[in-house]
Ligand binder design. Sequence first.
Ligand code: COA
Length: 335
Amino acid sequence: MNTVYSSIKGLGFYVPDTIVTNDDLTQYMDTSDAWIQERTGIKQRRFFTYGKETNASMAAAASRQALDRAGLVPKDVELIVYATLSPDYYFPGSAFLMQRELELEGIAVIDIRQQCSGFVYGLSIADQFIKTGMYKTVLVVGSEIQSTLMDKTTEGRNVAVIFGDGAGAAVVQATTDPEHRILSTHLHADGRYAEELYLKDPGSSRPDHFITADTATAGGSSVVMNGNAVFKHAVVRFMEVINEGLTANGYQATDLSLLVPHQANIRISGYIQQQMNLPDEKVFNNIQKYGNTTAASIPIALTEAYEQGRIQSGDLVCLAAFGSGFTWASALIKW
Ligand code: COA
């Protein structure tokens, strides 16, 4: 019997039309285009329009594109793995809403909460379900509406300038071709740092009802980040988890065709690139246009890289992420 592997058969993404430049942000807070570009590399990001987009509708649009490009239709999907930190509802998760939108009632859905590592975790879940033979076609999505989670005043500026909205999706399918497949995935987490980048409310950590007039004004409903701590851990963990993937498969950095890092900060990507001695053409960045879209960042970047011809059949592609939790993860793919 042939061994079953999984491979990415189609990619898609959706970003809202509304472009918010760094200069636009200066209306709400004391910041500048020069500061944001120098510290993060970001020039602009997209913000959703209420009434036009939802977390699930953006994910559905990205998924339709990915399915179309795979030559498939929604009815071919057997499982949805949905990564987001900004769901439409507290519960049920947005996977249910996207399933409804794609008219896929009855199939399994899994919502996961791994923040910036969500897409790579999702890919790993898809890979495991496919390799066991339980499913043949899995849709993995990352979607975020983060523009409503941030304090857009000067007090929240270290967070508010970084994050944006958008969605990306990948169709993962069973294959028996050992030359074109997901080689391995590597997942990690360290909850000791949970509060270094988190959103407290609405949550059950409050003494009374989880949303009251007091909790609404207690400052827990905007993302809080210790930027320095995140930066320091990110650069170490990114390197570790990329090398873990390469070593597990007998490769070295020089064998990589393309690294698609989670788009956290251009300085983090730049540090990794320098440490791994990779030329510019082997690292893909699009944070300049979209900011950090958390779970959506890797599938958006991967789709754009593919569209631009930066990924060819047979290429060795590494996806790597780090984020709130802390979580970090990588996937090594023979395209
Ligand atoms: N505009 C202007 N000034 C700002 C600012 C903004 N948007 N945000 C912070 N500042 C100010 C601070 O108030 C501080 O002023 P002070 O010196 O008068 O106190 C100064 O800039 C330096 O702040 P600091 O937080 O030390 O800056 P930094 O160089 O660490 O950059 C981040 C801040 C957030 C850009 C940086 O820490 C970072 O990128 N961290 C990683 C974040 C990340 O990747 N998160 C996602 C993980 S998935």
